[in-house]
Design a protein around this ligand. Structure first.
Ligand code: 5GP
Length: 138
């Protein structure tokens, strides 16, 4: 499946600059241009895919492999002890750039970091739902 070009393709191509913190054959990580907190990093696959569910297993594995290392580096570089990983899919889910990316967002002692509104509900028919999801896993 092909996807539309985004600003992250231009960054990957070196056509627009970024503050690069990590790169390998499958992954690029760089500072977010509008950081929610100091040390806010974006981690992207080089594969062009708009949403997580469209990403290949190989790119997903490459992202997962490097994430803990990047988190440790951000922690050491900024002194944060806590952080969030955020990955938005779809405009209603707050996605603005339609190329898969994972945010690493430090939570600092001054309170800067990701604000989360989390309204926990009731699980209800948990096993029926889990079974339905299992049925769709390929
Ligand atoms: P989203 O809401 O899609 O999950 O987040 C997209 C992120 O990309 C935002 O945090 C935004 O600041 C960042 N961003 C957008 N354009 C650029 C850019 O040209 N350079 C960098 N470094 N970050 C960008």
């Amino acid at each position: 499946m092909s996807h539309a070009s985004t600003i992250f393709d231009a960054i990957l191509a070196g056509e627009i600059p970024c503050h690069r913190v990590y790169e390998d054959d499958h992954v690029l990580a760089f500072l977010d241009i509008g950081p929610v907190s100091r040390g806010h990093v974006l981690v992207i696959p080089k594969e062009r895919a708009a949403h997580m569910h469209q990403l290949s297993d190989d790119s997903a594995a490459a992202l997962g492999r490097v994430l803990p290392r990047l988190c440790r580096a951000v922690m050491k570089a900024t002194g944060c002890e806590h952080y969030n990983l955020l990955q938005n899919n779809g405009a209603p889910a707050h996605q603005a750039v339609f190329h898969v990316h994972i945010h690493i967002i430090p939570r600092h002692e001054d309170g800067s970091g990701l604000g989360i509104e989390w309204k926990a509900g009731q699980l209800g028919d948990g096993e029926a739902l889990a079974s339905r999801i299992r049925d769709f896993i390929q």
